[in-house]
Each structure stands twice: as C-alpha cells, then as structure tokens.
Design a protein around this ligand. Structure first.
Ligand SMILES: [Zn+2]
Length: 275
C-alpha cells in the first residue's frame, strides 16, 4: 500500500501525525518537569478547550482550502513563476532558501497581527490564554488562520514555492511552536539555543501581559528576525511573568464559544490602546 502513495501524500501523512506525536512528547515533559506547576484539573480543562478548538480548525481549513496549496504550487511550476524558479540553485539550495523566506514572511505576518488592529482582534485570542503550555501552540482563531492561509496562497506563485516545501516548513513550525509554547525550560541551554532558534524562555516573554513584552519576540522558527528588526527582548525573572490579556482573563473567554467570540468583542484592546 505504501508504494501506491506519492511522496507528497506520504509527507502529508507524516505532517498530520507529527503534531500528535509532539503533543504527547511535550505533554509528558510538562508532566515530568513543569516550569510553572498547574493544578491537574485546570491543566486538563485548559488543554481540552484548546485542543478541541485546534481539531475544529483543522477540519474547517481542510474543507475550505483542501488541495489549494498543491494546485497553486503546481501552477507556478508549470508556468515557471516565482523567485525560486528563476534562481540557479539545486533542490537543496532552493529548499533552504524557501524555508528562510517562509520564516521571514511568518515573522512579518506575526508583526502585522500585533500592529494592525483588525488582525490583532483575531490574534489576541492566542494571547488571551492565561496558562501557556503545549496546547497554546495550536490555539488560533479560525479567522487568523484563514487570512494567513490566503496570504500564503499568494506567496506560492510569487516565490515559486513547492507544496512539499510548504509541508516541510509546516513541520518545522509545529516542532518549534509546540516546543517554545510548552510549559518547560531547558535551563542554561536556552541562551545558546536562542542564538539561532526561538526558545521557550524567549517566547514566554511574548505571552506576557505587559504590552512592551507582548510586542516583542515575534519570530517563529529562527530567532534572527527579531535581532534584525530590533524586537528581541529578554528578562531573567521568567517565573514572574503573568500570561494572558487582562481584558479576556475571565473563564467565559476560555471556553470554545468564548474563544470564537474574542475578535468580535467590544473590548477593543488593540495594540494602540495598550501602549
Ligand atoms: Zn503574538
């Protein structure tokens, strides 16, 4: 049966299984050595809502966009469109370049989500989580995911990206985001890790309630983007960070319905309001 599958289908299956495997791995790590201990009942309820949201998001995006990425990348290849199709590089060189470009774009998109009030309405749902753990990595509003997928579909012909390169980058994103959202610490190794990659300590600051900290450390996989943009920020007393958003910390905003309603709330706690 395996021989009947195309390489792209096989990669898609691995891509589908990876978040589940990583979730189990980081959940076990959190159970064994939590950075901030959380009562079990709270921890399970919190993860249940976040993961239910993630499952529904996956079904929704699958229905809405299905094979769109594959069609767009095949089109750009057939028509010789996009930056990467013009470069005299081999497959490895093009793929490394594609991953760097995609991560640079993800940094810009994340920055836009904080700086443009309309996008912040959706993205603030990710930040309204008062308990940051591995389940926070997949806590995004369907509105934000729809916009990010539409932008990425535009990026495919512009950059000449292949469907499998996008899947490989997606796997890197899962690995990085589940790791840096997890309620864990890698201790002194963090300072070396974050030279190149976004680390758990670095991302904890991004989820702080303090606006100048929320509006920093936007990178997703490689940490270099924040250093280039001057948005890199660190602090030493990480245990004192309060996660979440003061306007959305009541339990009513943490249910599935509450999370869905967050962008449409009159509480317009935009980046500008929170300066
Ligand atoms: Zn953010």
């Amino acid at each position: 049966m395996l021989s009947e599958l195309s390489e792209l289908q096989l990669l898609s299956i691995i891509n589908g299984l990876l978040p589940v495997v990583l979730l189990a791995l980081f959940w076990s790590w959190e159970s064994w050595a939590a950075f901030k201990p959380v009562e079990n009942k709270t921890r399970y309820r919190h993860a249940f809502h976040n993961l239910l949201l993630a499952i529904l998001n996956t079904l929704f995006l699958g229905l809405l966009f299905g094979a769109a990425v594959e069609i767009a990348s095949q089109w750009s290849l057939d028509h010789n469109w996009g930056l990467l199709n013009q470069l005299p590089l081999g497959t490895v060189g093009k793929t490394i370049f594609a991953l760097i470009l995609l991560d640079g774009w993800t940094f810009c998109w994340h920055w836009m989500n904080h700086r443009i009030p309309f996008f912040w309405r959706f993205h603030r749902m990710h930040h309204s989580d008062p308990y940051m753990d591995v389940s926070t990595a997949t806590r995004f509003h369907w509105g934000e995911l729809t916009f990010s997928t539409l932008f990425r579909l535009l990026l495919i012909p512009l950059l000449g990206l292949q469907a499998w390169q996008i899947i490989v980058y997606g796997m890197l994103v899962f690995l990085s985001t589940q790791f840096h959202h997890a309620n864990i610490s890698i201790g002194r190794a963090d300072r070396f890790f974050r030279w190149l990659f976004v680390s758990p300590d670095m991302h904890k600051i991004h989820h702080s309630q303090l606006p100048h900290e929320t509006n920093s450390n936007y990178s997703t996989v490689f940490s270099i983007w924040d250093r280039i943009a001057g948005t890199y920020r660190m602090r030493s007393d990480l245990k004192n960070i309060h996660f979440g958003l003061p306007d959305f910390d009541l339990p009513q905003w943490q249910t599935l319905l509450g999370m869905w309603k967050t962008p449409f709330s009159k509480k317009t706690q935009t980046k500008q309001d929170r300066k």
